[in-house]
Design a protein around this ligand. Sequence first.
Ligand code: PRP
Ligand code: URA
Length: 210
Amino acid sequence: MNDNIHILSHPLLQHKLTILRSKDTSTKDFRELVSEIAMLMTYEATRDLPLEDVEVETPVAPGVFKTIAGKKLAIVPILRAGLGMVDGVLKMIPAARVGHIGLFRDPDTLEPVKYYCKMPADIAERDVIIVDPMLATGGSASAAISFMKEYGCKHIKLMDVLAAPEGIARIEKDHPDVEVYIAALDDHLNEHGYIIPGLGDAGDRIFGTK
Ligand code: PRP
Ligand code: URA
């Protein structure tokens, strides 16, 4: 694995992820946990945001302090399951814009099929964080990154809760420039392209569609 792959092993993330994996976790709890995990992952994935100095007067003295340097950010969830991470990211970066990419994975070919796309008008000037809970074959994430590059985006990060080695290898090969943040790297994919041990179908569990 190259240096662009970051496994976020914070105890709070690991604890919440274990609850997420359980087949007995309800839709309500699953949705809340995905949001909380996204919030904690954003904290880690934004460590490299540049800072600049600002002058501020506290109630007792003036001073020079740090603020995030005018970086423009956009969060891009891959529909549907990526939607479950948006509010968690926005809690940390409230001024971020949100672009949407609709992709579903064809159950037979496992190839991503695009059905929707809507981006902020100035997306090419923004740093992008693509969010999706699952990086399985990596087909969906690789296609989403390629779309963002076609829009002119130059700084792209990918944030997934869970990944399979196959998905990580795909992103390393197709997009070696992209920093990837995951909370855990699982064992393998099964014959249906599901992450093992994984957590099942993230979209169905977030939205209660099964
Ligand atoms: C899931 C998941 C990813 C994709 C990962 O979406 O949310 O987008 O599969 O698989 P891959 O790495 O092999 O491409 P799914 O196609 O189930 O759509 P959904 O989010 O609408 O449920
Ligand atoms: N998509 C999911 O939602 N779960 C998996 O395990 C693989 C792809």
